[in-house]
Design a protein. Structure first.
Length: 313
């Protein structure tokens, strides 16, 4: 039985007539709980005793558990992030284009937490808005937004650039991040609670030869992250930039359009970061106390000193 089903089944069997009492908002500010209760089971019991609505009881387990939405969840950093979040009891909304991979992940992760799959391309604003906006009530209070979806296409001089590659990088890395953020952040603002994590890149801090448009798109992510942090500060919403250097995922394979040898050469003679390395840092940022925000974290393999300096053997 999936996590959370027991409490929801219990709620369905509870008699509807209950005494009334003054309730106060809990620390998530969108469910009502008796004052002073800290224990999960005691809170549920008090909700029943003090006349909470059946709807509140039904979704109480979701209120107590955190929900994370992860884009680009079917591979690389996004996939590893989903796994580490599930290991720590965080319910998951997994977003990606490859439904088969998401289904495979669901088969494993749903044994640990509640999982909701959304299949869309972040470049499609209408589809992003429809799917996230159409989430069932119990999935709408998203605590953590992990804007991970991104890519690189091609590596060459600006005068030889491919317009389709440029469009893909700007549409996914910049506009896609904005589309998803637009669909999620208003709910965080309404609840005055949440945490946005944007996955940037060292390329968003240092331009390198032939990186031109990819670097520009990641510089945009860095600027958007800083702007979000300022704009969302009045609402108590955390905004974090996780900025990795060389990470061995499908990134280079996509950049070089399936050329496996060229992709492997990127990491030849050195030990790059893994998707798990980055995911552990993401979870570290998410798990800090409410008064602590990891604003900007640069994560490099030991062998890398900058975009252009890598020790190889």
């Amino acid at each position: 039985m999936p996590v959370g089903q027991n409490s929801r089944s219990l709620a369905l069997s509870i008699a509807r007539k209950r005494p009334t009492s003054k309730l106060v908002p809990d620390d998530r500010c969108h469910y009502w709980l008796p004052k002073g209760e800290k224990n999960h089971l005691n809170r549920f019991t008090k909700l029943f005793t003090h006349g909470a609505s059946l709807t509140t009881l039904l979704f109480y387990n979701f209120a107590m558990k955190k929900i994370a939405l992860v884009t680009g969840a079917s591979a690389g950093i996004g996939k590893e992030t989903a796994h580490i979040l599930a290991e720590n009891g965080i319910d998951l909304i997994l977003c990606g284009r490859r439904s088969e991979r998401l289904e495979e992940m669901n088969a494993v992760l749903s044994q640990k937490v509640n999982v909701k799959l959304l299949v869309f391309d972040v470049r499609d604003q209408a589809e992003v808005a429809a799917q996230i906006g159409g989430l069932p009530l119990e999935w709408q209070a998203i605590d953590f937004l992990i804007n991970n979806a991104g890519n690189a296409h091609g590596l060459g001089p600006i005068d030889q650039g491919d317009l389709a590659d440029w469009d893909a990088m700007i549409d996914i890395n910049v506009k896609g991040l904005l589309y998803v953020s637009k669909a999620v952040i208003p709910g965080m603002v309404a609840r005055q609670s949440g945490h946005v994590v944007n996955i940037g890149s060292l390329a968003g801090q240092e331009v390198y030869a032939n990186g031109n448009v990819y670097c520009a798109s990641k510089f945009a992510v860095d600027a958007l992250t800083k702007g979000m942090r300022m704009d969302l500060n009045p609402y108590g919403i955390k905004v974090t930039a996780i900025t990795p250097g060389l990470v061995e995922t499908e990134f280079s394979l996509i950049r070089f359009k399936g050329d496996e040898e060229r992709a492997k050469n990127v990491y030849k003679g050195m030990q790059p970061l893994t998707g798990r390395d980055v995911a552990e840092v993401i979870y570290f940022a998410l798990s800090r106390p409410v008064h602590v925000n990891i604003a900007d974290l640069l994560l490099l393999p030991t062998a890398q000193a900058s975009a252009g300096i890598v020790k190889r053997v």
